[in-house]
Design a protein around this ligand. Structure first.
Ligand code: CA
Ligand code: CA
Ligand code: CA
Length: 470
């Protein structure tokens, strides 16, 4: 064990020299009806670009995807519907993307002759790549081998396989692009293409997963124990599985791993060391003065009102904020809408009294509070508006006993779960939560009712846009 820890410490030191993960923002998804999501129910949610955005945001909430797919378009310029004559093309260029995914060629197999492809495919593709490469945002560009055509009489699978893909494979010798081979990936997956040409939601998901892995340079998630931080605990777990083929720890190389847990995986993990994947906001509350509580991962700095006191030496983790239970609170801008998908909130607290709130959404509900009777941990986050209003979720666990406790709420999309000191203390099924797009109060109830102000210390408040398991 001692040896293991020293390895971790040495690595942690080396890692300090590795630059952090690039701050990426927009992924422009360029392509035809496969990108557009033709035929997929609820396209805005299930197209590959939409699913790609959700996967990427589990790593960094700053990722956005935009769907610039246009049905029937070709890569070649000399056809009756070239992509580069579409408005979407200009919009994609104007979007200043950090990453561009290009997936074209399927319609060329239907609309162009072999000789036209042999003559123009590479030069037309290079012109498209160059148009994006010249943007001031200097995007990283990925080009996709299109998925197979599984029948149906439109286009030609053999032309894709034997003519178009060999040309796409040559492009990295001319330009700094990486090929994502969706053809080989999906070759045996005809069942995911109900009209032989377009993926269904499941097929789009497979595409999104592989594209996400390639963008991130990871096959798997570096937060191996899912507790919200990549740290020495994750490193130790990986080292415990050193030189095995355990797929959970085989997180590199992207997109499929290589069947062994080795130094490549440790380096991939190390690039995320001391980060909080999927964290939306993180108030450490370590300030010593002033009226701003800085958000160390996002843009949601809190404002101190009426006025809480910084306690730089009496926090759970370094400093904390002390509130008087009368009128002190912290307010923030809108951070997230509970209805949008899985999320988690955790905070350290000490003190308080029944009826007081740790965290609430302005005009919405109390996210974490002590119930009015006993002072047990409770959340009011629930679905509102059905035939019967859902009740709050109440634990039997007292949080107002003047000891430090870590309180937390996780919604995984199906269940509400409350945690105290990282132990699950209440859970029920809740498949939706009520929508709210207002800011937050730290240390006051949703309507600032008398008695809802926290009297005590609050520290280390984190919000994640994914379900974590503390
Ligand atoms: Ca972890
Ligand atoms: Ca590996
Ligand atoms: Ca702190």
């Amino acid at each position: 064990m001692k040896k293991k820890i020293s390895i971790v410490l040495v690595l942690a030191f080396i890692i300090g020299l590795i630059p952090g993960v690039a701050k990426a923002k927009l992924v422009a998804c360029v392509g035809d009806s496969i990108t557009y999501g033709w035929g997929i129910p609820d396209r805005n949610y299930n197209s590959y670009p939409a699913q790609l955005g959700r996967i990427l945001r589990q790593f960094d909430r700053k990722w956005e995807t935009q769907n610039f797919g246009v049905s029937s378009t070709t890569l070649l310029r000399n056809t009756n519907k070239p992509y580069v004559l579409e408005n979407a093309y200009n919009s994609a260029l104007a979007s200043e993307p950090e990453v561009v995914i290009i997936m074209l060629g399927t319609n060329d197999s239907a609309r162009a002759t072999n000789s036209a492809i042999e003559q123009d495919f590479i030069s037309d593709y290079l012109a498209l790549i160059d148009a994006f490469a010249q943007l001031p945002s200097k995007p990283k560009i990925f080009i996709c081998n299109p998925p197979p055509i599984f029948g149906g009489g439109y286009g030609s699978n053999s032309m894709i396989r034997d003519v178009i893909i060999p040309f796409i494979q040559q492009l990295p010798t001319y330009r700094a692009v990486e090929v994502i081979d969706l053809y080989t990936l999906l070759e045996e997956s005809g069942h995911l293409f109900p009209d032989y040409l377009h993926p269904n939601a499941e097929g789009a998901k497979v595409m999104a997963e592989v594209i996400a892995a390639t963008i991130l340079g990871l096959r798997g998630h570096p937060d191996l124990n899912g507790d919200g931080i990549v740290d020495s605990a994750d490193m130790c777990m990986m080292i415990d599985h050193w030189h095995t083929d355990n797929a959970l720890y085989d997180i590199a190389p992207a997109p499929f791993g290589d069947g062994i847990v080795d130094i490549q995986d440790l380096i991939a993990l190390a690039e995320y060391l001391f980060t909080y994947p999927g964290a939306v906001a993180y108030w450490k509350l370590d300030e010593t003065e002033g009226d701003i509580a800085y958000d160390s991962v996002g843009v949601y700095d809190g404002i101190l009102n009426d006025v809480p006191t910084w306690q730089p030496t009496s926090g759970m983790i370094d400093g904390a904020l002390e509130l008087d239970g009368i009128d002190d609170y912290v307010s923030t801008e809108f951070v997230l809408n509970p209805a949008d998908g899985p999320f988690s909130v955790f905070a350290w607290i000490k003190g308080g009294a029944p009826g007081q709130a740790v965290l609430s959404q302005i005009g919405g509900v109390n996210w974490l509070c002590a119930d009015t009777l006993e002072g047990s941990l409770m959340t009011e986050l629930r679905y509102i508006g059905g035939r019967v209003d859902q009740p709050p979720l109440l634990s039997q666990t007292l949080i107002t006993d003047a000891a430090w406790h870590r309180v937390g709420f996780v919604w995984d999309g199906s269940n509400r779960i409350l945690y105290m000191d990282d132990i699950e203390v209440a859970r029920d099924t809740q498949t939706n939560l009520a929508t709210s797009e207002n800011g937050l109060y730290i240390g006051a109830g949703k309507a600032m009712e008398a008695g809802s102000y926290w009297s005590g210390l609050i520290d280390d408040v984190r919000i994640y846009g994914r379900a974590i398991s503390p």
